[in-house]
Design a protein. Structure first.
Length: 432
């Protein structure tokens, strides 16, 4: 029986200023940059920086860590940190007369989450950031002028730069509530230009093995960057989750992990041991008696949705993902576990069968009830053998107008091949 879960992110009424005290000195981490020289600049003026040394090289020298000797896992977590952002979304409550961002009034709602750099052009100060839809959405807010309930005040912070004066403004490019993915855009940011930010290195969530070591990077409880570690508990499962607007339950494809996941981790990355991105963290179980159930959207699905949004952002007023329609209903008619003694890997193999074909749909006259789908190939891409149900959804998200989809299927004892062309806007449905 499926269980129901809720999406989560840290939602606060105002900003948190953290003060620390040690040896009679008070430290306030909420200060504003004065624009003065940083320690590297001072060292350079004193002639203590070798010619051509970067800030990172200089820091490695003075910290005695040029030869770190750290294991691959430790170094992977450090790279992941500079591929991450803390996301602060501020909403004006519906019916509000306005108010200060950090004010004591109740006119503002602040959601704190996480995100990852999908692509970065530091020279231009441009980037795309992926986060969760529910991090930038609030059903009780007015939302921006284009998309209701989406924040019109999204601020990002880089690793080591969670301080007033180092915030980066981002805009909402598009998103899919049904997949809980949103894409944010940064343009011409001087802070990004002067940063060490890197795009994530995507892994392959289809090759994830139950039991493999993973780590999560996020902004738990809105208190800054943090890393937690665990294993993959379930490589892929559909989980019924309450949508961001609390209006319906959505069946979402998720990886389950026992990595500690907290409010504010939403939108952050779940990484393999080598630092490759495996998923986007978005939920956890909060049922009484259930512990260490965290969930992440598999990277193959998350990036397919994100790239779809980017590619269609200029021609899609709804700002959602455009999914190619086949016009069929499918069901899993067989599923079994297969163990490879040579590699020690356990697999799941499903049989995906056509249950119904919609009259007039893209597959009408070609596919039939009872057909078993073997593979799908989108123009210019390698064919994908459908051994799991979710693989079909991912490939249909990669279809663009003008593409041809080739489907190989089994019909009784025959193996048949059909081509379906996607030439019209009506061949796609908005998934938002």
């Amino acid at each position: 029986m499926r269980k129901f879960y809720k999406l989560f992110s840290a939602v606060l009424g105002g900003a948190m200023i953290l003060s620390l005290s040690a040896c009679g000195i008070n430290f306030d981490q909420g200060g504003t940059s004065t624009g003065g020289r940083n320690p590297y600049d001072v060292a350079d003026s004193l002639g203590q920086v070798d010619f051509g040394d970067s800030e990172a090289k200089w820091l490695a020298q003075i910290n005695g860590s040029e030869e770190s000797g750290k294991d691959t896992f430790t170094l992977a977590t450090n790279r992941a940190l500079v591929s991450s952002v803390a996301v602060v979304s501020t909403f004006e409550r519906a019916g509000s007369s306005g108010g200060s961002l950090f004010g004591d009034d109740q006119d503002k709602i602040t959601s704190m989450g996480s995100g990852i750099f999908y692509s970065v052009d530091r020279e231009a100060g441009d980037a795309y950031v992926i986060t969760n839809y529910h991090v930038v959405f609030s059903s009780s807010s007015k939302g921006n002028e284009t998309i209701p309930h989406i924040s019109d005040d999204i601020t990002l912070y880089l690793y080591g730069g969670v301080i007033t004066g180092r915030e980066i403004k981002a805009t909402f490019l598009g998103g899919s509530m049904n997949h809980d993915i949103a894409v944010l855009q940064i343009e011409n940011s001087d802070i990004l230009k002067d940063s060490s930010a890197l795009a994530v290195v995507p892994g392959n969530s289809d090759t994830v093995t139950v039991g493999e070591r993973v780590f999560a990077v996020g902004n738990p409880d809105g208190e800054g960057f943090s890393v937690s570690t665990g294993i993959i508990s379930v490589d892929a499962e559909y989980v019924d989750i309450m949508s961001a607007d609390n209006s319906k339950t959505v069946s979402m494809l998720e990886m389950r992990t026992d990595t500690p996941i907290n409010h504010g981790n939403s939108g952050g990355g779940l990484y393999a041991e080598d630092g490759r991105l495996l998923g986007i963290v978005n939920a956890r179980s909060e049922r009484s008696g259930v512990v260490n159930f965290g969930y992440a959207i598999p990277v193959n699905l998350a990036l397919a949705v994100a790239q779809n949004i980017i590619d269609n952002s200029g021609s899609n007023d709804s700002k959602g993902a455009l999914c190619a329609m086949l016009g069929i209903t499918v069901q899993v008619t067989d599923s079994k576990g297969v163990y490879d003694e040579e590699t020690g890997k356990a697999y799941i193999m499903q049989t995906l069968t056509v249950k119904e074909v919609t009259i007039g749909g893209a597959a009408f006259g070609k596919l039939r009830e009872g057909d078993v789908i073997y593979s799908i190939q989108v123009s210019g891409r390698e064919p994908v053998v459908i051994t799991r149900m979710y693989l079909l959804t991912i490939e249909l998200l990669k279809v663009r107008k003008g593409d041809t989809v080739t489907i190989v299927l089994s019909r009784g004892e025959e193996t048949l091949t059909f081509e379906i062309s996607y030439e019209k806007n009506s061949d796609f449905t908005v998934n938002n």
